[in-house]
Design a protein around this ligand. Structure first.
Ligand SMILES: Nc1ncnc2c1ncn2[C@@H]1O[C@H](COP(=O)(O)OP(=O)(O)OP(=O)(O)O)[C@@H](O)[C@H]1O
Ligand SMILES: O=C(O)c1ccc[n+]([C@@H]2O[C@H](COP(=O)([O-])O)[C@@H](O)[C@H]2O)c1
Length: 218
């Protein structure tokens, strides 16, 4: 499962757990993005909001939060392939790297309904489905409604993409950042260790816009 994970939250973990259960997967590999080049808006959002471009937290912070969040589940692991590769993160590279590392594995790429809505614009879209099977999971507030996408997805070979209804958790990293910035609790939205990591590193304090440094007059 790929994601910016800024921060990782319980919606991500439920998605990984549910897909592993339903598809009988041996392992779920969480892959934090290096440079998520499309973090500038949300196609398919039904909340009417446009999420604007922003600075993403350092890759090592996002990686460590992902490690902390997944540590207690023996089937969960974390890969550095995307954060160790330079330049924009493209899923086609993620899947090529993972196939190289795990030549005998059958790969499934887990993605939420909102991310799936933008998949036609992903790098080397045509190649993606030859590298892995895709699992699109439901997400509150998003629907796979775009007709151009539905048409393309219908044309894919059978079993290339499966849609899965999962327990609904209306949590987003955006909301977690906003809550942390406002001094509101993020307990139970993210794992306990991630709450503590955010506080320890002082993440999101100035989110969404780092304020200018102000010096007192005189
Ligand atoms: N609550 C959720 N339920 C199901 N899938 C989710 C949920 N939150 C995120 N996902 C999926 O997890 C993957 C990684 O998401 P990402 O790290 O961008 O989190 P996000 O909450 O969407 O972040 P942001 O609010 O910053 O855009 C994407 O495929 C996304 O669709
Ligand atoms: O390959 C691409 O061009 C591409 C464009 C946007 C997103 N993705 C991947 O989709 C996953 C979720 O991304 P995001 O931005 O919603 O956190 C993550 O693994 C990204 O690398 C991939």
């Amino acid at each position: 499962m790929g994601g910016t994970f800024d921060p990782i939250h319980n919606g991500h973990l439920v998605a990984g757990s549910e897909v592993a259960h339903r598809f009988g997967l041996d392992e779920v590999i969480f892959v934090p993005t290096g440079q998520p080049w499309q973090k500038t808006g949300r196609a398919g959002s039904t909340d009417g909001q446009q999420h604007s471009a922003r600075d993403v937290s350092p890759a090592e912070d996002r990686y460590l939060m992902t490690v902390i969040a997944t540590a207690s589940n023996p089937r969960f692991s974390v890969s550095r392939v995307d954060i160790d590769r330079e330049g924009n993160t493209y899923t086609v590279d993620t899947l090529r790297d993972l196939r190289r590392q795990l030549p005998d594995a059958e790969l499934f790429f887990i993605t939420g309904a909102d991310a799936l809505e933008s998949i036609l614009s992903w790098q080397d879209f045509d190649e993606l489905f030859s590298l892995a099977r895709f699992v699109g999971v439901s997400r509150p507030g998003y629907e796979l409604s775009a007709t151009h996408l539905a048409k393309h997805l219908r044309e894919l070979p059978a079993d290339t993409l499966r849609m899965l209804e999962i327990p609904a958790l209306a949590i987003s990293s955006t909301e977690c950042r906003a809550r942390a910035a406002a001094g509101q609790p993020v307990w139970y939205l993210v794992p306990d260790g991630v709450v503590q990591y955010i506080a320890k590193r002082g993440l999101y304090r100035s989110w969404p816009h780092p304020g200018p440094s102000v010096s007192a007059p005189g």
